[in-house]
Design a protein around this ligand. Structure first.
Ligand code: BGC
Length: 446
């Protein structure tokens, strides 16, 4: 008779994360609040975007924030990343709206009442319309306008905030507004892109100093969109050089401009793995469109490549600063894919920590389905599903409770948080055809 097969060494053990690890989700004001009528994006949407892609009421988190925070709590989160909307706080140049400031005080107070560690973003893509009319980030005075807003808002809310993100993804903001030019202000110009990027770096530096002056013991950084790069053709020297160049410009340039000493931690938003190819048609390399290859991609055509987050983390470790994954998530209407995504990316983060990286938190993008910027509401990133039709109907009838539904992946995440890591049982979900309901029966029925 055959003897029993040998048991794997770590059976029943979990992949445990460091003590005090922050587990949460992230959102941005414009993408979930709704009604941000004083923002440049709102104005742009009215003229450029088809009606179904305009933010409108979005997920109406402006009114439903308590419900969302209670949900996050019930799903085990201990931290939350969100942003405040500059255009609400300063709707006209130099006029600060106390009603909106009080609103954000209430929002942040609620998070603290529920014991969340709070990471707050001061600028997440959108600007006040008045600021955009003055030339937005191209205006050399832009850092001063930003600093005036920072000086006003920080003393009002500092007691409720643990981590500050001055600016979300400066590089993507420039790419979207000036290089691909598919977002406001849609000005395709390398020179304007450079000016705006420089001004963003100066705005960060000023904000860093101001925040530390007002609240010395706090931690300040940015959320940087970092991409992994690879050559498309193995052994191509030209592609290798291009890979190095893109890594420096995309992943490190902002730290060089600001000086790394204006970052108390490194915020990593990881979504993209890129292949660089010289296809012979131009003198310059291009990025391969992965949706035309056999790679596994999200509903937005972005490659699912968990190994990339390991590479990025190890690369950043040379700065010797604490690292927080400030965003990572999947656009998919198929939640089984989100479960696999979550487990695979967290496994890589775990391995990076084992290899010596100082990663201290993970914020999944996103808590609830959100407006995916210019792409509208079709891409679904939420751990919690928004039923937009019932949301609109319930807003009209004042019955504002039926529109949010945690997806199975949110229970998987809850289980991970409960164990401060990935319990071995959950790894079964990486097998095909195994349903979350089978592994987490009780949790889901709760
Ligand atoms: C941004 C989010 C966006 C997410 C998914 C990040 O680059 O910070 O605002 O929704 O990616 O595209």
């Amino acid at each position: 008779m055959d003897s029993d097969p040998p048991k794997p060494k770590h059976d029943h053990e979990a992949l445990i994360f460091p003590e005090g690890f922050l587990w949460g989700a992230a959102t941005s004001a414009f993408q979930v609040e709704g009604g941000n009528i004083h923002s440049d994006w709102w104005e742009w949407e009215q003229t450029v975007q088809p009606s179904e892609k305009r933010s409108g009421q979005a997920a109406n988190q402006y009114e439903l924030y308590e419900q969302d925070f209670h949900l996050a709590k019930s799903l085990g989160h201990n931290s939350h990343r969100l942003s405040i909307e500059w255009s609400r706080i300063e709707p006209e140049e130099g006029r600060f709206d106390q009603i909106e400031i009080d609103h954000y005080v209430k929002v942040l107070k609620k998070l603290k009442e529920l014991n969340f560690t709070v990471m707050l973003t001061l600028h997440h893509f959108t600007n006040p319309a008045w600021f955009a009319k003055k030339g937005g980030w191209e205006n050399f005075n832009a850092p001063n306008y930003f600093e005036r807003y920072v000086k006003k808002i920080i003393p009002e809310i500092s007691e409720y905030v643990d981590f500050w993100i001055t600016i979300n993804e400066p590089g993507v903001l420039i790419w979207g507004g000036y290089l691909a030019a598919k977002w406001p202000p849609q000005k395709k110009s390398k020179w304007k892109a450079l000016k705006a990027y420089w001004n963003l770096s100066q705005a960060h530096k000023k904000a860093y100093k101001t925040i530390h002056k007002i609240t010395p013991k706090t931690r300040v950084g940015i959320a940087n969109n970092l991409s992994s790069f690879d050559t498309f053709h193995h052994h191509s020297i030209r592609e290798g050089i291009a890979e190095w160049f893109l890594d420096v410009t995309n992943n490190h340039f902002f730290y060089k401009l600001t000086g790394i000493n204006t970052h108390d931690f490194l915020g990593v938003n990881y979504y993209f793995n890129n292949y660089i190819s010289f296809n012979g048609e131009t003198r310059f390399p291009s990025l391969v469109d992965v949706s035309t290859t056999k790679k596994d991609v999200s509903d937005l055509g972005w490659e699912i490549y968990p190994e990339g987050i390991f590479d990025i983390i190890m690369d950043l470790s040379d700065y010797h600063l604490p690292i927080y994954i400030t965003e990572n998530g999947l656009a998919s209407t198929n939640d089984d894919r989100r479960v696999r995504f979550l487990l695979n990316y967290l496994k890589e983060i775990y391995h990076a920590i084992q290899t010596g990286a100082d990663v201290r938190g993970y914020f999944h993008w996103s808590l609830v389905d959100n407006l995916e910027l210019a792409d509208g509401f079709t891409p679904r990133f939420g751990l919690v599903e928004i039923d937009y039709e019932s949301l609109r109907a319930s807003s009209a009838s004042q019955n504002k409770t039926q529109s949010r539904k945690p997806r199975p992946s949110s229970y998987v995440y809850k289980e991970i948080i409960k164990h401060n890591g990935i319990p071995h049982d959950l790894l079964k979900l990486l097998g095909h055809g195994i349903k979350v309901e089978d592994v987490l029966k009780e949790d889901i029925e709760e």
